[in-house]
Structure formats: structure tokens, C-alpha cells
Design a protein around this ligand. Structure first.
Ligand code: S3P
Length: 434
């Protein structure tokens, strides 16, 4: 499906963005493993998260949407069956485009006494799985898959896990979380060390469900538990989705936008820090904490931006926002240099290459480096026909760039937006003044 976006006069209004994808996945996973019934309020009904829910349904977990006004429009009831309550799935588990689903589920499947096969779409089959397969094998899981288990489809036979001490090769919440889940089923204490701080939603969710663990510096220690008590979860708005609307309001002159109830977990707010350094007028109001996660309203006004350098420890805190940041950089005065971001090459697309190619079509002066991008900002952007490369964040970044370009931008294969942001186009229409 083609998405056509025209330049607009301004962006105005007050909106909410869909719920956090990372937190929605984790909420279903822990709810399925606990004893009792959990209600997940504001569950993200995107393709990725619905795939996670479907995988658990295939393993005997009852998950249903409930319509009780008090719980909001997308509340789900999950009937947990305990740590050992999952049933062997009759069919292959299918995660669609979702890297979080496959990697975290492998950690949970490693603890089960049955065999299961898990796979996803063409993009998932190209994404590296050895980063979770290798440590899970060390814990005792028997894993087979394409290229020695490095790629999906992956068949896993779990049970009888032993704790390991493991240093992650890259700062990755998916690897860390996979191992934290597996550790719940392993004898002994599993010690996981990261080279840097990745998002900590699994830690926050473990705390919320009362699961003991310790964290000192970059090392987490988790031991097995006998059971997990039930808790309800309320999911905040996704800052990675808010990012597109923040950039839209920054780059279209005369804009003013408020985004309500956005998750502001400090391991996710690198983009806010960078935008402040670029000179953005962002205001954060009404902070509060629910289900262990900070959330607040973000108000944005358009204004002049300047290029900055982005690299080092901040990268894991904004890794998913780099395509949107690249759009902001294209409208900034001077150069923006993004480094230490090689992980972008193994996301839903090779985002260093796809950002360079597609923003290049809009006339952005952009150079690809092995581990990042150099964007020379300040030139007007033209209209063009662009490709999404099946990557939701590339599609939405191009849509946002189009709002401040000089001509129409057509984005091919835009249906991938559904993986994280159902209703993106309608929400854009709501705030655009043309
Ligand atoms: C995620 C972790 C990150 C992020 C992804 C979601 C998660 O991936 O890019 O979109 O929910 O744990 P990595 O763990 O590969 O860095």
C-alpha cells in the first residue's frame, strides 16, 4: 500500500500515541507465567504485540480483550497458568516481524519441558539469533535452526537449565531479557553483564510482579522462582512512536503539539536529551509513575535546530529513534554525526543503509559510515517516491519528512507501520493543518 504525504502548513493539537511496544510484550509474557488473572490496560494492539499474544494462546493461555469502561479502550485479560503451565504448541509459533517476540520467547521456551519451533517473516529470518541461542545453549537448551541456529526458523527443546555467567557482546535489552526469563527456570544464580545500559523494562516488570533480582552497575543476578503472583499492568504511550510527532512539530514552522501520557523511562529518553542539545523547545509536564514506569505529557513547538554529535553510551537510549532524529538533523543548521550505532544494521532493515538511501531520495545530503551517519542539514527537501523496506520506522520517518518538504512524498509498502503504530495516518491527519 502506498502512503502519500503532502507538505503542510503546521502541526497543531493534543494527542495520545499508541502504547509502548516493549512494555506490552513483557506484560503479556509475565501475565502468562504468573498464577492468576491479570488485566493489561492500554495493551498495544499492533501486529508485533498481537503476535506475542497469539503465541501464548497457541500454548494454552487464555487472552481476551475486555470492554469495561474503567479499563480503557484496549484492555486485555490474561489468565496466567504459572511458570510450568504452558502447553506444547501444536503448530509453529509465528512472530511476524517482531524481534522482541522471538528473542524473549526463546528465553521462556528454554525453560519448558517441550519442543517448539518459532519463526517469523522474511525480515525476522535475516536477523541474528545466535546472540540469544549461544547463551541459551550454555544454559542447557537444545536448539537447532538455520545456519547452526543463527537464524529462524528455530527449534528449541528446553527444561533442565543451569545458571550461567554471561557477558553480552552488545548492549541489548532483548538478549538481557531473554536471559532474565530463562534464569527464572534455571538452577543456581544467573549473572548477566552488559557492556552498556539498555532499556530496563524487564527489570521494572520483574519488580512490579515481585520477582526478586539484583542489579549492580551493568550486572544483573536472577535466580529461579517457584511462582509469580498476579498483578495488573497499565502501559504508557510509546516514546518511540511519539518521536515521529515530536519531530514533525519541530520541523514544520508554526507548529505546537502536546502528546499526553508518554512513557519516559530514562533508558528510553536519549532522543529528548539530543533534541534539547539541538535547541528544541520541548516541555515535560504532569510526570507520574504507574506500574513502575514514569510517564508525562510532552509539549513541542517548532523552532531552529542545530546539528550535534551523537555517540557512545547514549546510543542504546535512542537506538529506535535514529531514523526520526535523522529527519530532524536534515532540517538542522550544520552537521549531525551519528556514531557507535552499528546495531542499526541488524534492525527491521539495515537502518544505516535505508535511512541514507531514502532520505537521499528527498535530497538530504547524507553519508553512510560503518557505524552511523553524517547528515548535512539545512537544505530544502524535495518530494519523491520512496521505499519503506518493510520497516515501520523508515516509513514513518519519511512521512514526517514529507510534511516539511517542498513536494509530495509517496512511501511504498507502508502497511509495515501496523507493526508498531496502528492508526498512524489517521493521527497525522488529525494534527496536520494544510
Ligand atoms: C527492544 C530492544 C531493542 C529495540 C527493540 C525493542 C526490546 O533491541 O531496538 O525495538 O523491547 O527489548 P535490542 O535489544 O536488539 O537492542
Amino acid at each position: 500500500m502506498d502512503l502519500e504525504v503532502n507538505p503542510c502548513k503546521s502541526i497543531r493539537g493534543e494527542i495520545e500515541v499508541p502504547s509502548d511496544k516493549s512494555i506490552s510484550h513483557r506484560a503479556v509474557m509475565l501475565a502468562a507465567l504468573c498464577d492468576g488473572e491479570c488485566i493489561i490496560e492500554n495493551f498495544l494492539e499492533s501486529d508485533d504485540c498481537l503476535r506475542t499474544a497469539e503465541c501464548f494462546r497457541s500454548m494454552g493461555i487464555n487472552i481476551e480483550k475486555i470492554s469495561v469502561p474503567d479499563h480503557g479502550p484496549s484492555a486485555y485479560k490474561v489468565k496466567g497458568k504459572g511458570l510450568k503451565g504452558l502447553l506444547p504448541p501444536k503448530d509453529i509459533l509465528y512472530v511476524g516481524n517482531s524481534g522482541t517476540s522471538i528473542r524473549l520467547l526463546l528465553g521462556i521456551l528454554a525453560g519448558q519441558d517441550f519442543s517448539a519451533t518459532i519463526t517469523g517473516d522474511d525480515s525476522i529470518k535475516k536477523r541474528p539469533m545466535m546472540r540469544v541461542v549461544e547463551p541459551l545453549r550454555k544454559m542447557g537448551a537444545v536448539i537447532r535452526g538455520s545456519k547452526d541456529g543463527g537464524y529462524a526458523p528455530i527449534e528449541i527443546k528446553g527444561g533442565h537449565l543451569s545458571a550461567i555467567e554471561y557477558s553480552l557482546p552488545v548492549a541489548s535489552a532483548q538478549i538481557k531479557s531473554c536471559l532474565m526469563f530463562a534464569a527464572l527456570f534455571a538452577s543456581g544464580e544467573t549473572k548477566i553483564t552488559e557492556p552498556g545500559h539498555s532499556r530496563d523494562h524487564t527489570e521494572k516488570m520483574f519488580e512490579h510482579f515481585g520477582i526478586p533480582f539484583s542489579k549492580e552497575g551493568n550486572t544483573i543476578k536472577v535466580s529461579s522462582v517457584k511462582s509469580i503472583s498476579r498483578f495488573d499492568v497499565n502501559v504508557p504511550g510509546d516514546i518511540s512512536s511519539a518521536a515521529f510527532f515530536i519531530v514533525a512539530a519541530l520541523i514544520v514552522p508554526g507548529s505546537s503539539l502536546t502528546i499526553k501520557n508518554v512513557g519516559l523511562n530514562p533508558t528510553r529518553t536519549g532522543m529528548i536529551d539530543v533534541l534539547h542539545r539541538m535547541g528544541a523547545a520541548l516541555e515535560i509536564k504532569n510526570e507520574n509513575i504507574l506500574s513502575g514506569e514514569i510517564r508525562a505529557d510532552i509539549s513541542v513547538r517548532s523552532g531552529k535546530l542545530k546539528g550535534v554529535s551523537i555517540g557512545g553510551d547514549i546510543i542504546p537510549r535512542l537506538i529506535d529513534e535514529i531514523p526520526a532524529i535523522a529527519v530532524a538533523a536534515a532540517f538542522a543548521e550544520g552537521d549531525t554525526v551519528i556514531s557507535d550505532a552499528k546495531e542499526l544494521r541488524v534492525k527491521e532493515s539495515d537502518r544505516i543503509k535505508t535511512v541514507r538511501e531514502e532520505l537521499g531520495k528527498l535530497g538530504v545530503s547524507i553519508e553512510e559510515k560503518d557505524d552511523g551517519l553524517v547528515i548535512k542539514g539545512g537544505r530544502p527537501l524535495n518530494g519523491a517516491v520512496c521505499e519503506s523496506h518493510g520497516d515501520h520506522r523508515i516509513a514513518m520517518s519519511l512521512a514526517v519528512a514529507a510534511l516539511a518538504a517542498t513536494g509530495k512524498v509517496t512511501i511504498k509498502d507502508s502497511e509495515c507501520i501496523e507493526t508498531s503504530f496502528p492508526g498512524f495516518t489517521d493521527l497525522l491527519k488529525k494534527v496536520v493543518v494544510s
